[in-house]
Write a protein that binds this ligand. Structure first.
Ligand code: ZN
Length: 478
């Protein structure tokens, strides 16, 4: 039996990502495939009816361009679309509009920590745009078609076969997802299929200088599944090679229950998709000054931003919570222009906003909270215009209903009373009501002070600044 170490693993990853646009790729139908009842987002264009003419969605191109720039791709100035023809039930049009000859971006890279512990730049061969297909819904012994997803803007990102293990492939996919979310390109919700990764895996005897025959592993539910599937394939293919056999070129799925891959279809030759230039769309030119303007609009890179946060002294536990909640892009927008405030905002996000995420089960990007109102709410707390309780109430309002911080604070009657006169009046009123307590206090029972303080705060409907109220009360008692 040959040891596994005698083989070299080579992995390439292809990722499909739905772009976070308002409309579909070539028609004005809403891009919200799962928020509408089935078959409500449809028109002659995305149904491919004869005579319907597609129009390129500029916002989709802009988001794909932003992704290509964030991934250091070379941008092709003139791009065009091709028709990819094939027959499958999820393709009501009979063809998919995609990019083949001239993708939007080529030869980019993304840095991960390689298996040897050093930085590894994973080469990205191409990044192109295309449209998503319909969704097949299997239920009750029947397959139904939902066209809401047909024509949703999709981006495909393909690496060179340069990854060496399931671990590297998993790290690449996680990092890619983080960068796309951070830059507002896609929400990449895996459970909604907004990001789908496939891996090509082959092994070859170490030192042979050749790539083995590759297996394609389809539609991973999660990146950890992709890793498990790659590691299983390493063992399975090694077993075949050890026995003197040759692995077949085929597409396999991952069975997570039994922790193994299984054959989905064998791949004889490359499919003949009969690509030809999309006759309804002329080539498009990406004006260099538009490309440069988009490049200038990119925020500090994901890696550099993480470095900045560490440089500001933010702890690893907070950073881990921020990345786990996909909140780095949100934090960057909230903290723009004020480095020192960033740490304060980060801590409030982790402590107060994520507790709302946990208690509601609603992720930050599905809440109504926006970065700038969040920042303003934290400022109101810092300025003493909100106390801790008021701050949490304002956050809850912004999280559930959106809006501006000050308006929410006023609507909830939460702005703290800092008017000394009003506070002194409230104190005088309470003291006149609790004369027995005041008498006790003056005979030396200092403990009753807390009870009196509580009455004053209730009188102020908890809108008093506790420190200020305490000072004024002590003065009145003396
Ligand atoms: Zn449509």
């Amino acid at each position: 039996m040959t040891a596994k170490g005698d083989y070299l693993t080579t992995v390439g990853v292809e990722v499909h990502v739905e772009l976070a646009t308002a409309a579909k790729m070539f028609c004005p139908c809403p891009n919200s495939p799962q928020d509408l009842p089935p078959n409500r987002a449809a028109c002659p264009v995305c149904l491919g009816l004869p005579g319907a003419l597609p129009v390129i969605n500029r916002e989709a191109v802009r988001l794909a361009l932003r992704a290509a720039l964030a991934l250091h791709c070379r941008i092709n100035e003139v791009i065009w679309f091709e028709r990819k023809n094939y027959i499958y039930p999820d393709l009501v049009k009979g063809y998919q509009i995609s990019q083949y000859v001239r993708p939007l971006g080529e030869w980019g890279w993304l840095a991960i920590a390689g298996d040897d512990g050093r930085e590894k730049r994973v080469a990205i061969r191409r990044l192109h745009m295309e449209e998503d297909t319909c969704k097949l819904v299997h239920a009750g012994g029947a397959a139904r078609i939902d066209v809401n997803r047909s024509g949703v803007p999709l981006m495909e990102i393909v690496t060179e076969p340069v990854l060496s293990s399931g671990r590297e492939a998993e790290e690449y996919a996680r990092k890619l997802r983080a960068i796309l979310v951070y830059n507002g390109i896609s929400r990449c919700r895996l459970q909604r299929g907004e990001m789908r990764a496939e891996a090509n895996v082959s092994i070859a005897p170490r030192g042979s200088g050749e790539l083995g025959i590759r297996t394609e592993i389809k539609n991973q539910a999660g990146f950890n599944h992709m890793r498990s599937a790659i590691e299983y394939e390493e063992r399975r293919q090694a077993g075949i090679l050890d026995g003197g056999g040759v692995p077949r070129q085929e597409t396999r799925g991952w069975d997570d229950v039994n922790q193994r891959t299984f054959v989905q279809r064998s791949k004889e030759d490359a499919h003949d998709y009969r690509y030809f230039p999309e006759p309804d769309l002329p080539p498009a030119r990406l004006a260099p000054d538009w490309v440069e303007a988009e490049r200038a609009k990119l925020p500090v890179s994901y890696d550099d931003y993480l470095g900045e946060l560490r440089g500001l002294g933010l702890g690893e536990a907070d950073i881990e919570a921020l990345t786990r909640n996909d909140a780095l892009g949100f934090l960057r927008l909230a903290g723009e222009g004020g480095a020192s405030k960033t740490v304060l905002l980060a801590k409030r996000l982790v402590k107060d906003v994520f507790s709302l995420v946990n208690s509601t089960g609603r992720p930050l990007d599905e809440s109504k909270l926006e970065p700038l109102p969040f920042r303003r709410a934290v400022e109101l707390l810092e300025e003493g215009k909100l106390n801790g309780e008021g701050f949490r109430k304002v956050l809850e309002t912004l999280f559930n209903a959106g809006g501006e911080a000050e308006a929410a604070a006023r609507a909830g009657d939460l702005i703290i009373e800092r008017d000394d006169d009003a506070l002194e009046k409230a104190i005088a009123k309470v003291l006149s009501e609790v004369q027995p307590l005041v008498a006790e206090y003056r005979t030396g029972k200092k403990a009753v002070r807390n009870a009196i303080f509580g009455r004053v705060m209730r009188e102020l409907k908890k809108k008093g600044d506790p420190r200020l109220v305490g000072e004024l009360l002590d003065r009145a008692l003396e």
